[in-house]
Write a protein that binds this ligand. Sequence first.
Ligand SMILES: Cc1cc2nc3c(=O)[nH]c(=O)nc-3n(C[C@H](O)[C@H](O)[C@H](O)COP(=O)(O)OP(=O)(O)OC[C@H]3O[C@@H](n4cnc5c(N)ncnc54)[C@H](O)[C@@H]3O)c2cc1C
Length: 295
Amino acid sequence: MKAFVLAEHSDAAQELCAGARTMADEVVLVAIADMEVPAAVADKVLHVALPEGAVVDDAADTVIAAFDAEQPGVVLVEPTRHMKVVAGKVAAHAGASIIPDVIEFDGDVATDMYFGGVGMKKQKATGVAFYGVGAGVFAEAAASGANATEELAWVAPAKAIKLVSSVPVEKSGVDLNKADVVVAAGRGFGAEEDLQMARDLCDKVGGGLGCSRPLTEGVNWLPTEVYVGVSGLMLSPKVYIAAGISGQMQHMVGCNRATTLFAINKDKNAPIFKQCDYGLVGDIKTVLPALVAVL
Ligand SMILES: Cc1cc2nc3c(=O)[nH]c(=O)nc-3n(C[C@H](O)[C@H](O)[C@H](O)COP(=O)(O)OP(=O)(O)OC[C@H]3O[C@@H](n4cnc5c(N)ncnc54)[C@H](O)[C@@H]3O)c2cc1C
């Protein structure tokens, strides 16, 4: 059986190719646009160059043509916005549905989250299996392959997306997917300037700053690319320090694979204290400066 990997970022491509290797005899990585292809991860790399003015989502028809030619039995998808669009179109073409938010595989049984992470389901795919898989699920697997590269002929979509304008996404400076230590700020931070306390802690522990969703959507104190949880980043750092975060399931599924989870919350009954390794009941305004002072 052949596996397709649809990924947008190099790290995800590496990990999904490793996972694909555990599922299939042949691994085919589809690399769209200027993704940096990791060395020796797939038997075949199908490169899709975007014509001038085209957007990644428009590569779907080209990927569909490759899908028809290669006939994979399984497709692993990095859950980015672009890859979800491309994979959705390929799955619709194949008459298949995607099992999203997979957090674990047991053979061909996938455990995935639903209702925003409130529930877990175990499912088997019928027909071609499409899985949306976040970081860490195949962390133990090893990728291999000769990376024989082919350029795919561009198949223009019937209705191309017209790019009207673009703005650069604000980068946080640290790639949280790779960070060993993540300090995450939640709604316990009452004012934007208080985030400096979390940044100071990041500097002390060499960590990256993440957050819960309310600090991005709505108040825009931090870019959406750094919120952690079922609809954001799914992380597995060595250390995760959750400050002023209550511990709602939608957030915790994004950090509960951390090796060690610390929580700081002023409410001793906050749900996060049942889910962390070390809990500190206290006000972040007292605790964070004190931690920075002693570290
Ligand atoms: C479909 C869906 C998807 C979602 N996806 C995500 C997601 O991906 N990621 C995500 O984060 N959320 C997500 N949410 C939102 C999620 O349900 C929670 O609302 C959110 O995670 C809560 O963020 P919080 O813990 O920062 O805020 P709150 O729940 O308001 O908790 C704030 C905590 O801070 C503590 N606190 C207050 N002041 C202080 C202080 N001075 N010192 C110490 N502690 C203090 C409080 O005791 C409280 O426990 C999603 C929701 C839905 C419905």
